[in-house]
Design a protein around this ligand. Structure first.
Ligand code: EPU
Length: 421
């Protein structure tokens, strides 16, 4: 298993390019199931989770390819023969987002058998809202042997009011509704840019979705969709992580392709910490002071502060002047990075869903263990600031969602490398 070794203390300088968004790529790849023929996706990040989604599609009988050389950001998914509408346990257990094939499969093939994702490191993460939406559209849902089976000859438009705001739940039901007969109204939808991006792709395929990016979407069902050629939007969480990397090292970095309109809450928080953030033609520039101010944060659904940036911001707060209160309102177990940050000298107390972080003068490098994707990122960030050597183990978590993070940071002047353990 690979490890990352970081020696801290180098202010990051220069330019870095953000890759395509993981959480847009995953539903978009699943949406290829909605049309016959070959879809072409550009700016697809080269991540373990994308490889898993392509495997899920291949297992069902789709042709998939990642191109090479200058076109290595391009993935193709082709549906040219029969499809077995099933996502097996072995794949779903490695990536719960595999459940995103459920909606497209039942809409297009009238049947889906998808392993139930279990809980994961950050919380229980049920899929009841996905199932509630599909049932409302007329799917018959049964749970047997750890699998969800959904069946429907023809889905029918309906009104669905989600009890909780769910990103992949909204996406799954949206992908089912595009081929349902008649009009579907989805209420209390997730408003994340990735949901909007999926709607953009579906509309390019011939769907009729209105209101994506707001909490109510109206979808007029169509009989069929066509394949698409689409370039995926930049990853706002990777951009935010790189911005915090600049902030925690007192650096000056241009984060290219970072989209200000998707990062408002993160930009506002980083400005409160004392960083100067300016929109330039190619992206966002972060200029950071030597020591940042502490800020309080509560994670909420978009456009609030993203839970996927909580661990990274906490890393920054460990070395801020003053005390910061960080509340996590989306997932019940998303403070797994805290005991690892303690090993580096951070002063953090957890009270329920809130962490109180007292800034310390210095962190010291230590061997630490990654527990989930964003927790891993926060440990790497802390390592960039810490005195001495930090070794981050179990970085397969990091590789699920960051494309060669260590290379990007090294280009900015960090002393960081990956070693085979
Ligand atoms: N929830 C339910 N029932 C459901 C669905 C969700 O109770 O049927 C609850 C969850 O347990 C959670 C909350 O609703 O407490 C929000 O979960 P959501 O469904 O929005 O999360 P998700 O769709 O499973 C996506 C991202 C996550 C990101 C969350 C929140 C993808 C593939 N994943 O997950 O990304 O944290 O939205 O923004 O889009 C990451 O990239 O590190 C990551 C975990």
């Amino acid at each position: 298993m690979d490890k990352i070794i970081v020696k801290g203390g180098h202010p990051l300088q220069g330019e870095v390019v953000v890759s395509g968004a993981k959480n847009a790529a995953l539903p978009i790849l699943a949406s290829a199931l909605l049309a016959d023929g070959k879809s072409v996706y550009r700016n697809v990040p080269d991540l373990a989770d994308v490889v898993t989604m392509l495997k899920v599609l291949e297992t069902m009988g789709c042709g998939t390819a990642r191109l090479t050389g200058r076109n290595k950001d391009i993935c193709e998914v082709a549906i040219e023969g029969p499809i077995t509408p099933e996502a097996p346990y072995d794949l779903v257990k490695t990536m719960r987002a595999s459940v995103l094939v459920l909606g497209p499969l039942v809409a297009r093939f009238g049947r889906a058998r998808v392993s139930m994702p279990g809980g994961c490191a950050i919380g229980a993460r049920p899929i009841d809202q996905h199932l509630k939406g599909l049932k409302a559209l007329g799917a018959e849902i049964t749970l047997t042997e750890g699998y969800v089976e959904a069946r429907a000859k023809q889905l029918k438009g309906a009104t669905v009011n989600f009890d909780v705001i769910t990103v992949t739940g909204t996406e799954n039901v949206m992908m089912a509704a595009v081929l349902a007969k008649g009009r579907t109204v989805l209420e209390n939808c997730a408003r994340e840019p990735e949901v909007e991006e999926l709607a953009r792709v579906l509309n390019k395929m011939g769907a009729r979705i209105q209101g994506a990016g707001t909490s109510v979407m109206t979808i007029e069902g169509v009989d069929s969709l066509k394949p698409v050629d689409h370039a995926i939007l930049p990853d706002r969480i990777e951009a935010g992580t790189l911005m915090v990397a600049a902030a925690i090292t007192g650096g000056n970095v241009l984060v290219k392709h970072a989209q200000p309109e998707h990062l408002e809450s993160v930009i506002l928080k980083l400005r409160e910490t004392g960083c100067t953030i300016t929109a330039e033609e190619k992206g966002l520039r972060v200029k950071a002071p030597k020591v940042v101010n502490s800020v309080d944060v509560k994670t909420t659904e978009h456009p609030g502060f993203p839970t996927d940036m909580q661990a990274q911001l906490m890393g920054l707060m460990t070395v801020a002047s003053g005390t910061s209160v960080i509340s996590e309102s989306i997932f019940e177990n998303r403070f797994m990075h805290v005991p690892e940050l303690h090993r580096m000298g951070a002063d953090i107390t957890i009270q329920g869903h809130t962490a109180v972080v007292k800034g310390v003068k210095k962190l010291s490098g230590a061997p630490v263990m990654a527990t989930d994707l964003r927790a891993s990122a926060s440990l790497v960030l802390a390592g960039l600031r810490a005195e001495g050597k930090t070794e981050v183990a179990r970085i397969y978590h990091l590789d699920r969602g960051y494309e060669r993070l260590e290379r990007k940071l090294r280009k900015l002047g960090a002393d960081i490398r990956r070693v085979k353990a």
